[in-house]
Ligand binder design. Sequence first.
Ligand code: PLP
Length: 362
Amino acid sequence: MAENRIFNFNAGPAVLPLPVLEEIQASFLNFKGSGMSITEVSHRSVWFDDVINDAVARTKRLLGLDDKFHVLFLQGGASMQFAMVPMNFLPEGKSADYVNTGTWSTKAIKEAKILKKAHRVAATSEDRNFAYIPKNIPFDKDAVYVHLTSNNTIKGTQWAEFPDTGGVPIVADMSSDIMSRPLDVEKFGVIYAGAQKNIGPAGVCMVIVRDDMLKTIPDNLPSMLNYKTFTESNSMYNTPPCFSIYTIQLVMKWLEETVGGLAAMEKINQEKAGLLYDFMDSTDFYNATADKDSRSLMNVTFRLPSEDLEKLLIKEATAAGMGGLKGHRSVGGCRASIYNAMPVEGVQTLVDFMKAFEKKNG
Ligand SMILES: Cc1ncc(COP(=O)(O)O)c(C=O)c1O
């Protein structure tokens, strides 16, 4: 580990691969011989063209996206997508299905409601405080899309497999698990992800759109809220968030060239999550909050016997060089976010610390 760096378990903004940060540092003052940093070059320059085109090409290779998919970089975060999706893809006279698995799905549904768009909540896990992913969902076969949140950052649940929607395209908020595993992309009409968890810094949202989804976009949308504006301009209708896109490019390069692709990444993610869950399953002192078959490989949420012990664990872990273990403010408890860039060594260090903590306080 580089000097003075901690194991960062924050939920987002979150840990980035160290080689990526080092490359940013090394090339910061003079990017590719331009005599400028990446935050100073024009987005209309050959330097930035190379960055964005390479970020798109690597994203397509990693996910196995063919030419019918557009890879876009938008601002407004994933939260803007909650509104843009129904504005663009939910025409008058049609309805969409939503699956509610927690805070972020609830927010997506709220935007469809505000826009007075016809929609249905096809399934929800609210009855047990969103501790599980619903199964056997009766989807509407005439829905224009099925919206779901692939990984629930706050509740620590994740879709292990995506549901059979009978051919209705899935629109997925993958903010907290994009690029963590290979995908069967044919199921998806749209994938979006705020970058600041698994693929880059805050300030940009990656959006993957299947070309046929663009056909029904109404022509009365403001330009900045219309996906076609971005498909037609290589995401550069206006000034894009250049530094964030550049960092994504480097993270995609790390995934391809150092990790060896998404299947290799998934194996590492399974190993890391396995270390934590297996340990917690071996003791009554720590309790993972999600149902076993719905557990997230990215955000491991857990409780201790009391809130005082939770506070103490977070305090002592921080002192020992492990940051960001506090649960989301809406749910309390503890949460270890173990995104792609968290090394196995970081998770092992946490497990060793938790064992020692239990011995002392259990
Ligand atoms: C699953 C999920 N969706 C959406 C959001 C909101 O993202 P943003 O802050 O980019 O709008 C978050 C994160 O904080 C999230 O975890």
